[in-house]
Unconditional design. Structure first.
Length: 285
């Protein structure tokens, strides 16, 4: 619905991939839902906080999708509605892509030739042999489905090795929800016609933990003894938090053609320090 986008929010729900034998839903993506920056539990469509959020537009109904009704089923108005803290809130759905669809495609592609040969054999062999061939093919497909789900499920570490898992809130001794990760997420903005149907970032291409949820947006510093960050203060007046500008610029520079070209130059392919291998090219800053 517009290429790659980014957003910041607090993790309100986590749904890691679960093994299931289901040919019609072999999904092994790692999913979570974000309460968008500067919004609170219970935010709904039309709330000023949602409209003022730098990312509120990502979960609103889009004219391009509404124009397809009723061909597009299950459109959830204004975000994926998730219950947390005994309150339903409009959230942005995000997914780390698992490999099951791609791997299952490869399995089926390999079985296509075997199936063609089996069909030809069934024309000349007795019925019982044909039934046995059919059973064997069914077992192979089932094993392929099981194997694809187990080999490479979606994981935060796919895009950030320093982010092996994602944390949602836990309830402290006072009954308050704390401890959830505050994340920066970048990825492709799509509408998912499967499941219930909603806008989402899928697949996630970059994900960074930038804070912890301590009960509100005034201080998401993961070190309680330290004060609010510049990002926290962004919720108190400005609509464009400084941290996201720095993150955007960093990713843009890392992916720029000039950067990639410089990385590919021969003098930047050394495996030892230049003082050891004789590389004397000018250092590019």
């Amino acid at each position: 619905m517009g290429g790659d986008v980014d957003a910041i929010g607090m993790v309100i729900n986590v749904d890691p991939p679960r093994f299931k034998v289901n040919l019609f839903d072999p999904d092994n993506d790692y999913t979570f839902d974000l309460l968008l920056q500067c919004t609170e539990f219970g935010v709904e469509a039309g709330d000023p906080a949602l409209e003022a959020s730098p990312y509120g537009v990502l979960i609103e109904e889009r004219p391009v999708i509404l124009a397809l009704k009723p061909k597009v089923p299950g459109y959830i108005s204004h975000g994926n509605i998730i219950s947390a803290n005994n309150t339903k809130s409009a959230t942005l759905h995000c997914e780390f892509e698992g490999s099951v669809v791609h791997d299952l495609y490869l399995v089926m592609k390999a079985l296509l030739g075997i199936t063609a040969l089996a069909f030809a054999a069934c024309l000349i062999v007795p019925l019982i042999v044909s039934v046995i061939i059919l059973i064997v093919l069914g077992i192979l497909i089932l094993l392929g489905l099981i194997g694809t789900q187990l080999t490479h499920p979606g994981s935060p570490s796919d895009v950030n090795p320093d982010l092996p898992t994602i944390h949602s809130n836990h309830e402290d001794s006072d009954g308050n929800l704390r401890g959830a990760d505050v994340l920066y997420v970048q990825g492709t903005w799509i509408y998912d016609t499967l499941h219930d149907g909603h806008n989402e970032i899928h697949p996630i291409k970059a994900c960074c933990k930038i804070g912890c949820w301590n009960g509100d947006w005034t201080n998401t510093n993961c070190h309680p003894e330290e004060g609010p960050t510049g990002y926290d203060r962004a919720c108190l007046g400005t609509t464009e938090p400084p941290i996201i500008l720095r993150l955007r610029k960093g990713f843009e520079e890392a992916q720029a053609e000039e950067t990639l070209a410089n990385q590919g130059r021969p003098e930047h392919q050394w495996h030892f320090h230049p003082d050891l291998d004789g590389c004397v090219a000018e250092v590019i800053l």
